[in-house]
Design a protein. Structure first.
Length: 568
């Protein structure tokens, strides 16, 4: 429930509008402190590794340990965010990260930290943040009204980028003055304000009229949706490739400071601060770029610019020139990251938003984790400068991906359509009854056959991503105007979920298909149990199942069917 007490009417166009809502304001300010703590710890962990070992492979693995959990547990985390109270999920995730950070602090204070133990505890901290990410991002719409949601999403990005501008520099100063253990301890304490802000959030969730999915089924539903959603597949694929190629900068930054600039922890913090400053500049100029360029053109321009920036870092031995290149790199990196994020958020409906964002995060962070490991191994063989030049060369080739995987147009988000009433049934059904077979009969003029068939390919994708399988379209050879669409749902409950997952754009597709239909009768819909488990007695003397075992559909049936197109 959104807190609206004692508020002036905010302007939806203002970047500060979401801060007028107390819940969002508290969580945003606390997250800014938490982001500072995470980045300060990251500096401490990376520098502690450089002091314990000279292996570039080990140093780069710090970044891998912090980001790999996002790839490994993102889909379960996204499913959990869609299934359970997101506030509770975030609190549990913070507790996991807090325990990892506290253990790292205690062990380093005792002098017991080893390279392998450092990586393990960084992985624990990363796991907590990976669990929190989808719940965090998908809960923003519950804290502010819909008209201020874009500004709220932008503010969350700015929060991290502000922290990235100052956190590494602060971390470098802290490590230089008091050692890595101080950086670890600061992170522990900066988790606390977020936990307090979440405790103060009185979240009220709207209960679903359908039972909650099991975790495994929810993960399958999310994967199925992404596989059958071309825009999300494109963004996920390009995000992963970009993460692999561009991860050389964050992964090798400690070695840039040590080997190319011949500096210490403070130099490392300043270089990361320059990258973060560029990120803030990029976030503030994102709207201007979106107004003048398409998503594909913006991504291409930014990857080409990133290539030049990485090459400049590789060839420079002057801290000022390197910092300037990193400011530019941070700006274009953030723009690309945000364009990918927005592309996913505007392509996914609410019911699968957490899982879609989780898949994107997994792809992007997984790419960074894999790339960090790969660039670290390459650096051990050829050196920091050559590894960075290799990254710049590959980044130069990335725009070619747009020829096959063009970025989807960034438009307004497709909102969920109104829920359909449950169809009338006379056969007693349980939620487990199934499989269900659905047939829709259209009568289409012969001259419209090709256009109708092309439209049905789009309908196939949306049926499948919402839960259908075994989809087919057939044309009667004896009556060429008669077309039959056929698909299956595993159970009656899956069918009810499918009917209530469609968006306005999917509803528009159904209306277009219905518009092709000719004749006095409406589109005919049949719903049949393929193997009617529980609906027929196995033997004549077996009694009917008691009413308590059946899903009572009288209330739903009394509503009748929707006057709008059925959607199957």
């Amino acid at each position: 429930m959104i807190d609206t007490a004692n508020l002036r009417t905010p302007s939806a166009d203002s970047i500060a509008a979401p801060l007028r809502y107390a819940t969002f304001r508290r969580i945003w300010l606390a997250s800014l402190l938490s982001n500072l703590g995470i980045l300060i710890q990251g500096v401490g962990a990376a520098w502690a590794m450089t002091e314990m070992t000279s292996s570039a492979d080990k140093v780069a693995l710090v970044q891998t340990a912090l980001t790999l959990p996002v790839m490994l547990i993102a889909m379960p985390a996204g499913a959990i965010a869609d299934m359970y109270d997101r506030r509770i999920v975030m609190l549990i995730a913070l507790w996991v990260a807090l325990c990892g950070a506290a253990a790292l602090t205690a062990l380093d204070w005792s002098g017991l930290t080893t390279p392998d133990l450092l990586l393990v505890l960084c992985f624990v901290v990363g796991s907590g943040m990976a669990l929190m990410g989808p719940a965090w991002q998908s809960s923003v719409g519950e804290q502010v009204p819909a008209e201020t949601l874009p500004a709220a999403v932008a503010l969350n990005g700015i929060s991290y980028n502000i922290a990235r501008s100052f956190g590494p520099a602060i971390g470098g100063i802290v490590v230089a003055a008091a050692g890595a253990v101080a950086a670890f301890a600061i992170n522990v304490f900066l988790y606390l304000p977020v936990m307090v802000a979440l405790f103060l959030w009185k979240r009220v969730a709207d209960p679903s009229r359908l039972p909650r999915e099991h975790l495994s089924r929810a993960i399958v539903s999310g994967v199925r949706y992404i596989i059958n959603s071309p825009p999300i597949k494109i963004v996920v694929t390009r995000s992963m490739v970009t993460g692999i190629v561009g991860s050389a900068i964050p992964a090798l930054m400690p070695l840039v400071a040590r080997d190319l600039l011949h500096g210490g922890a403070q130099t490392y913090g300043i270089m990361l601060g320059a990258f973060g400053l560029g990120a803030v500049i990029g976030a503030l100029n994102l709207g201007r770029m979106r107004n003048h360029m398409s998503g594909e053109a913006a991504v291409r321009a930014c990857t080409l610019s990133m290539s030049g920036s990485i090459a400049a870092v590789a060839l420079s031995h002057d801290p000022i020139l390197t910092a300037a290149a990193l400011v530019f790199a941070g700006a274009v990196w953030t723009i690309v990251y945000t364009l990918f994020n927005v592309g996913v958020q505007l392509s996914a409906p609410r019911w699968v938003a957490g899982r879609s964002l989780a898949a994107w995060q997994a792809a992007f962070s997984g790419g960074i984790a894999i790339g960090s490991w790969g660039w670290g191994r390459l650096t051990d063989i050829v050196g920091v400068d050559v590894a960075l030049l290799a990254s710049a060369g590959l980044m130069l080739l990335l725009p070619l991906l747009g020829r096959w995987l063009r970025m989807p147009p960034i438009t307004e988000r497709g909102e969920d359509a109104e829920m359909l009433a449950d169809p009338k049934v006379r056969l007693p059904l349980t939620y487990r009854s199934g499989p269900l077979v659905v047939e829709l009969e259209y009568r289409v003029a012969s001259e419209n056959a090709r256009a109708f068939h092309n439209l049905m390919q789009d309908i196939q994708l949306y049926r499948q991503r919402n839960g259908a399988y075994g989809w087919s379209i057939a044309r009667d050879i004896g009556d060429p105007e008669l077309w039959t669409e056929r698909y299956h749902c595993p159970t009656w409950l899956d069918y009810l979920r499918q009917r209530n997952r469609w968006t306005q754009s999917e509803r528009a597709l159904d209306e277009q298909a219905t518009a092709f239909h000719i004749g006095p009768e409406p589109v005919r819909i049949r719903r049949m149990l393929e193997r009617p488990f529980g609906s027929v007695r196995w033997k004549e003397d077996v009694p009917d199942r008691p009413a308590s075992d059946l899903s009572l559909l009288a209330t739903s049936a009394a509503k009748g069917t929707s006057s709008r197109p059925e959607g199957g």
